[in-house]
Write a protein that binds this ligand. Sequence first.
Ligand SMILES: Nc1ncnc2c1ncn2[C@@H]1O[C@H](COP(=O)(O)OP(=O)(O)OP(=O)(O)O)[C@@H](O)[C@H]1O
Ligand SMILES: [Mg+2]
Length: 336
Amino acid sequence: MSEPPLIEVKDLKVYFPVRKGFFGKKQYVKAVDGVDLVIGKRHIVTLIGESGCGKTTLGKTIAGLIKPTAGKILYKGKDVLKLSGKEYNEYRRNIQIVHQDPFSSLNPTKTVFQTLSAALKRWGIAKTRKELLERSAELLEMVGLTPPEDFLFKYPHQLSGGQRQRVVIARAISVHPELIVADEPITMIDVSLRIDILDLLLDLQKKIGTAYLFITHDFGAARYFAAKGGGIIAVMYLGNIVEMGPAEEVIQRPLHPYTKVLMSAVPVPDPELSRKRKPLQLRSLDIPSPLNPPPGCKFNTRCPYYFEPCDKEVPKLVEVKPNHWVACHLYTREKK
Ligand SMILES: Nc1ncnc2c1ncn2[C@@H]1O[C@H](COP(=O)(O)OP(=O)(O)OP(=O)(O)O)[C@@H](O)[C@H]1O
Ligand SMILES: [Mg+2]
C-alpha cells in the first residue's frame, strides 16, 4: 500500500462566533467553509486569495493552532484529534509556521542565539552550550546570515526586517519540520528584499526537502514562487477553494473567473502583451461579508460571467482537466 500523504484536509470548516452588540444575535464568520486539500511530502502548495478569505485560518488549523469546527485533518493518514501524546508532539514539531510579521514573532528581549537555543532545547535537538552554539551557527549560515558570529548575540531590534525574517526561518527549520506554513512571509519586508526571501525558501526546500504551504494575497509573489518551485496553486475565495491545479497551468490558463480576475491584475513585463490584455469587468467591486455570503456561488455577485444557476446552486470542485480542479458552473452547466 502506498504511504499516506503528509497532510490531508477533509471538508474542513472553521467558524468563528461573533455577536453584534451585547444583546445581538450570535452569528458565524465562516472563515474556512469546506476545504479539501492534500499536501504531500516535499510538495509546494501556494495558497492565494484576497484579504479575509481564510488563508491564515486554514494555515493555522493545519498547523494545529486552531481547532476545526467540522471536518478533519489527517497527519500521515491519522486524524490529528486522535493522535497519542507522542504522535501529537511529533505532528506539532513537524509543522512550523513562519508568520507575516517577523518582529512580533521574535521575543524582543532574547538574542538570536537564545531564540534558536530555545527551539533546539525544547525538542531535544541540541543540549550542551557547545552543541547549541554549533547548531545555531549552522542554521544562520543556512539562512544566509553570515558570518554567524555577527548575528548570534544580536537582539531583534538590531536586525533589519529581512534579517529578522531569516532568523524566524532559521528557527522554523531548526526542528527539522516536514512542512512549513509560510503565511505571507514577505509582506512586511522591504520590497527590494522580497525576492531574496522567496529564493531562500525555495533553496531550503531543495536542501532539506520540506514541503511548503506558501500563503499570499499577491499573485506576483505566487507566480514567482510557483514558477521556480512548481507544485500546485490553490485559489481561495470566502472560505472555499475555487480552483486548484499545477502551478504553471493555473498561471497560464486559469479557469475560474475569480482566478482570471486576479491574474488580469498582475502586471506583465511585455508591453505588447500588456496592451492587448483587457482587464475583466467585475459586476460589483464590493467584497461580500463573510458573515453573510451570497447564496449559490459566493463569487456570483462579482462574476463577469454570471448566469442562471450561479446565485442558486453551490458549484462543486470538479476535476475538469488532469489534476486541475475548478468550482464553477461554466464548466459543468450549459450556458443558455
Ligand atoms: N479569531 C477570530 N475571531 C473572529 N473572526 C475571525 C478570527 N480570525 C479570523 N477571523 C475572520 O475570519 C475571516 C478570515 O480571516 P483570515 O485571517 O483567515 O483571512 P486571510 O485570508 O488570512 O486574510 P489576510 O490576507 O488579511 O491575512 C476574516 O473575516 C476574519 O475577520
Ligand atoms: Mg492572513
